[in-house]
Design a protein around this ligand. Sequence first.
Ligand SMILES: [Zn+2]
Length: 163
Amino acid sequence: MRPGHRPRHRRLAGDPPRLRDRDPGTGGLSMSEVMSRPIPAPPVTVESKPFWDAASEGRFLIKRCTACAKAHWYPRTICPFCASDATVWEESPGEGEVYSFSIMRRSPTGPYALAYVTLNEGPRVLTNIVDVTPEDLRIGMRVKVRFQETEGEGPPAPVFAPA
Ligand SMILES: [Zn+2]
């Protein structure tokens, strides 16, 4: 990542404390299966509603600041780089590459991958990688967003799969 461009990642509710390199426990589960994960319905706030409305239409939105021209994630009203409130929604193709990942093996629904994906536009997204086996997942792998149905009545959530 470029110097001076490091976004501060505040923890989101439900995230693990930090990404570990490898979870040593396998739970006896096969590691050759393609990973997936049930996702709970996301909380929709006034600030995030445009994002989820677009997600329901299969469109991936990020936010860009018109004062400093930088894009950021997750979407915020106030630019995390220059504190301007001149932020606008921008549709993204949702393409990028895996920056880091952690295979979470102690899951009742099977292993899943938590990862940071660096979007082509620059921001880094904490997300799940799906449709890849634990053996095939690699740092630097090109991935693309897709939307996965969530539990309950919530909107679909963005996940990433090999491009
Ligand atoms: Zn800015």
